[in-house]
Design a protein around this ligand. Structure first.
Ligand code: DGL
Length: 271
């Protein structure tokens, strides 16, 4: 029993690390669907089916609470899964809401009507599927008024990161920031709406310049999970060791993960 953390591939490790820092005693089961990554170029139905299968797998492994540490999965599947049936005693949460609550200066679960907020020009960097879903704009509209969002679909960045080609990833990030600036010359805030992007956060921050506040998810999601578990302690499970599971080639995925996190990570093949 542990909390499940799901991502299409390696990106969710950025969330896992933040959760580990915030809640060092909490056992975690990380599940990367590397065999089917990237999700960001798939259609919504495809992402929904893959995500739903992965979440059911983690529930079956004894993880009563599963975090979708993937914006693409959250955008395409979270609301639909929550509406169409989560089994009793199980829960699935996404990564959008903690980010939007931070952007709109709201406390967890503050469902008061949308109001004006400090930032009015927001750049969203995300996968093509997340941008196409408009899920970010929808969730934002429930909480804030008068915020202009310009979204940039960052094609290729996730593939480059999954392949470990950080030089290509950096070049692509810079060209996507340029493209965004042509549409919105002076964003006040930038949202890194993909869990892979914190791995190139410095490049985003450098390309955007010092006047743009960069919102990145891992620490926000970890804080929100800590808050949730304080209110629902039973959802943390009853102990057990942390594990790393993948649908891909376990040795290759372990090598990449070790390279990203700079500590030895050993993935097992998901049975
Ligand atoms: N890491 C995922 C996200 O947060 C998507 C990566 C992918 O395209 O698979 O959106």
């Amino acid at each position: 029993m542990a909390v499940g953390i799901f991502d299409s591939g390696l990106g969710g490790l950025t969330v896992l690390e933040a959760v580990r820092t915030r809640l060092p005693e909490l056992p975690l089961v990380y599940y990367g669907d590397n065999a089917h990554a990237p999700y960001g170029v798939r259609d919504a139905q495809d992402v929904y089916e893959l995500t739903s299968a992965a979440v059911h797998y983690l529930w079956d492994q004894g993880c009563d609470l599963v975090i979708l540490a993937c914006n693409t999965a959250s955008a395409a599947a979270l609301r639909r899964m929550q509406e169409t049936g989560v089994p009793p005693g199980k829960r699935v949460l996404g990564v959008f809401v903690p980010l939007i609550e931070a952007l709109t200066e709201r406390q967890w679960g503050d469902n008061s009507p949308p109001r004006e907020v400090a930032v009015n020009h927001v750049a969203l960097f995300a996968t093509p599927a997340t941008v196409a879903s408009r899920a970010f704009q929808r969730e934002l509209a429930f909480r804030a008024i008068g915020v202009d969002v310009e979204a940039q679909a960052c094609g290729g960045v996730v593939d480059a990161i999954e392949e470990g080609d950080m030089i290509l990833a950096e070049a692509l990030v810079r060209s996507h920031v340029d493209a965004l600036r042509r549409k919105m010359p002076q964003p006040q805030a930038a949202v890194l709406g993909c869990t892979h992007y914190p791995l190139v956060q410095d490049v985003f921050a450098d390309a955007l310049g010092p006047d743009v506040q960069v919102f990145s998810q891992p620490a926000l999601v970890a804080a929100s999970l800590a808050d949730y578990l304080e209110r629902h302690p039973a959802m943390a499970g009853a102990g057990g060791a942390s594990r790393f599971l993948t649908t891909g080639d376990a040795r290759r995925v372990s090598d990449r993960a070790t390279q990203f996190l700079r500590r030895r990570i050993a993935f097992e093949a998901a049975a």
